[in-house]
Design a binder for this molecule. Structure first.
Ligand SMILES: Nc1ncnc2c1ncn2[C@@H]1O[C@H](COP(=O)(O)OP(=O)(O)O)[C@@H](O)[C@H]1O
Ligand SMILES: [Mg+2]
Length: 234
């Protein structure tokens, strides 16, 4: 569903991605690990067509992101580290606004509340101004927008950073639910524990290269940590 084929991205003299290939299938939660500057965000931004590759191709559902920007955008939902919403509007008003933008039709309030609930937002918070929400709550509105869009692929950039452990855990469960519905998920994270716990596939990046890929079921927490540290040292 999400496919990077020998992707290279150069920022001037800086090579941010060097021949990266990966494939995220429907139902997969692919966790990208790697130190700051490894190229994780660059890869996410390429799938979003925010930036263009220097070489290589990015496909979503077999369609080229650069050649078919609108068609591929329609299949995607993106949750950045900071979900930007209108602080003066309530959760349900934000969802109404962004869902309309995404799907081109207005959803009835009952449907919006259903989506917020499916995204794990407590219903009594739906009419509170988003300015009063925690980061975890704003992300849930982000998830609800993705659900409204019925996205086939979900991109997340460090979604659990800054969440307390129970919010991070709850968030991970939402990802697992989405993946059970056949969504392909690509997420970056610094959290090895959640990568192992929630991910089906794990990729380790170092200085623009994908240096290892593994099935999370094949490693223990301790093995993953040892492997990760080994790669960072090398
Ligand atoms: N717009 C840009 N212009 C110049 N260099 C960039 C730009 N975006 C990212 N980089 C560089 O590319 C490398 C990878 O960055 P990034 O993808 O943000 O890493 P990560 O998300 O893994 O921390 C870094 O060295 C970063 O400084
Ligand atoms: Mg980043």
């Amino acid at each position: 569903m999400l496919e990077a084929i020998t992707v290279k991205k150069q920022f001037g003299a800086k090579c941010a991605l060097d021949d990266v290939s990966l494939n995220v299938q429907p139902g997969d939660i692919y966790c990208l690990l790697g130190a700051n500057g490894a190229g994780k965000t660059t890869l996410i931004n390429l799938f979003l067509n925010f930036i263009q590759p220097t070489a290589g191709r990015l496909l979503i559902n077999k369609r080229d992101v650069a050649a078919e920007p609108f068609e591929t955008k329609r299949l995607l939902a993106y949750i950045p580290e900071q979900v930007n919403l209108y602080p003066q509007l309530s959760g349900v008003e934000n969802l109404a606004f962004f869902a309309t933008l995404a799907i081109g039709e207005e959803l009835p309030r009952e449907r919006l509340l259903e989506l917020l609930q499916a995204a794990g937002l407590p219903l009594q918070a739906a009419d509170d101004r988003v300015g009063t929400y925690s980061k975890g709550m704003r992300q849930k509105v982000g998830i609800a927008i993705a659900l409204a869009k019925n996205a086939k692929a979900l991109l997340l950039d460090e979604p659990t950073s800054g969440l307390d452990p129970s919010a991070a855990n709850e968030f991970s469960e939402l990802l697992v639910n989405a993946s059970r519905n056949g969504v392909a998920i690509l997420t970056t994270t610094h959290d090895l524990f959640h990568a192992k716990q929630t991910g089906t596939r794990i990729g380790i990046m170092r200085r623009g290269k994908l240096v290892q890929e593994l099935n999370s079921a094949d490693v223990s927490h301790a093995d993953l940590q040892a492997l990760y540290l080994e790669h960072m040292k090398a």
